[in-house]
Write a protein that binds this ligand. Structure first.
Ligand code: ATP
Ligand code: MG
Length: 414
């Protein structure tokens, strides 16, 4: 679990700002949901035999003995909220969320016990048009952030019925090759054989590669759905790789699943993942409501931005106010307010200090300009405006015009 201090947060804020505007551009509206839910909600949705539910949740009994868990992901809570509010009754809902998730995993690069996701969920559309829109939206997000080298992997898991047939074929195949499986996979053979395909164990890659392919077991409708998704992506100019081994770690997915991955983050290379979950709303007690969504991992995305030297949203002030002497300090507060009225970010010197000491603080603040008020300035009723980033001479500006003068100057820079 990490502390996120101001400097580190600048890239986070850029991702949040850009993501919010991209999501809004597609009609997604924000929801803010509890971090604590009943444990049962996650067991029923994510699946009893998934890694998350079996060994990664932070669960406890509260004072009433109710079993609660810190949410390990966002979808279950979103579905619960939609059912409870009755919002799924209306035609189509597009929702997004952001916030911390908790999983008791082994902490390492790109894998933390408290981590942040931004996610989107669309309810009420069974067809591949929304699948395509969702993927296109994620691609726009990377573009808007200036990110490069993200690869899209897609697959279709078919329907629960076709997957059951495939599941049996897998069990037959892997049982015949049990000696080549690691302990984890032998354990999964009984309850979750599809997850064996997801194993990162290098010794098992050969046996996984030779396993029956899910795509050969798809029902006709899923084949068509998947075909239309691919046609839409082709048409939108989005390149992808069909990966029949992509199964995802949660039980609720059907048909479309996808991941955006990168080579540059080591083993934890998936920055965004999602899929369709048509059965989940019913499973959790709602009316039949097809749905699809994705979640992106903030820590991994931010690390990728820093790998690619994409800056964050600077929180540096535009102006640093230097005030020497009592009269200047009193007047300075009002002058700073005028600048803020003009839309400028202004950091005022506090705690006095000599002119030299204040100049040092101004330099360190990252501001573009220092506005200096001393005895001379007070007497002449002007301020000295000193550019801090360029070798340009300072200027005297009438006190009442400083705000307008700097607003114009800074506008030219932007
Ligand atoms: P992985 O295969 O890397 O464990 P996952 O399939 O468990 O990922 P999802 O549940 O689909 O991940 O979550 C979506 C995204 O959230 C992931 O692609 C990843 O970017 C991020 N994520 C998941 N778990 C963690 C974690 N423990 N720490 C940081 N980010 C995470
Ligand atoms: Mg995981």
């Amino acid at each position: 679990m990490n502390d996120l201090l101001p400097e580190r947060l600048e890239r986070w804020q850029r991702v949040e700002r850009v993501a919010r505007s991209v999501f809004h551009a597609y009609g997604y509206r924000e929801v803010r949901l509890p971090i604590l839910e009943k444990t049962e909600l996650f067991a029923r949705s994510i699946g009893q035999h998934t890694d998350i539910v079996e060994k990664e949740m932070y669960s406890f009994a509260d004072r009433n003995g109710d079993k609660l868990s810190l949410r390990p992901e966002g979808t279950a809570g979103v579905v619960r909220a939609g059912i409870q509010s009755g919002d799924f009754r209306s035609q189509l809902q597009r929702w997004w969320y952001a916030g911390p998730m908790f999983r008791h995993e082994r902490p390492q690069r790109g894998r933390y016990r408290q981590f942040y996701q931004m996610g989107v969920e669309a309810f009420g559309v069974p067809g591949p048009d929304i699948d395509a829109e969702l993927v296109v939206m994620s691609a726009r997000l990377w573009r808007s952030l200036g990110l490069k080298d993200l690869n899209l992997e897609i697959n279709s898991l078919g329907t629960p019925q076709s997957r059951e047939v495939y599941r049996q074929a897998l069990v037959t195949y892997f049982s015949a090759h049990e000696s080549e499986l690691d302990a984890d996979s032998v354990r999964r053979l009984e309850h979750n054989p599809l997850r064996i395909l997801d194993s990162k164990n290098p010794d098992m890659q050969a046996v996984i590669q030779a396993a029956p392919s899910l795509l050969d077991f798809l029902d006709q409708e899923s084949v068509e759905h998947f075909g239309q998704l691919q046609a839409s992506l082709d048409n939108a100019g989005i390149t992808y790789n069909v990966n029949p081994r992509l199964v995802r770690g949660l039980d609720y997915y059907v048909r479309t699943v996808f991941e955006w991955t990168t080579q540059s983050l080591g083993a934890q290379g998936t920055v965004c993942a999602g899929g369709r979950y048509d059965g989940l709303v019913v499973q959790l007690g709602g009316k039949p409501t097809p749905a699809i969504g994705f979640a992106l991992g903030m820590e991994r995305l931010v690390e990728l931005m820093s790998e690619q030297q994409i800056p964050g949203d600077s929180t540096d002030p535009a102006v640093f106010m230097i005030m020497v002497g009592d009269a200047a300090q009193i007047r300075g507060i009002a002058v700073a307010e005028e600048m803020r009225d003009a839309g400028l970010q202004v950091q005022c010197n506090c705690n006095g200090g000599s002119f030299k000491a204040q100049m040092k603080r101004a330099d360190r603040s990252g501001a573009r300009y220092a506005v200096i008020l001393g005895d001379d300035e007070m007497a002449a009723n002007h301020a000295t405006v000193k550019p801090l980033r360029h070798e340009v001479p300072q200027q005297q500006i009438a006190m009442g015009s400083v705000a307008r003068y700097l607003a114009e100057k800074l506008d030219q820079i932007d």
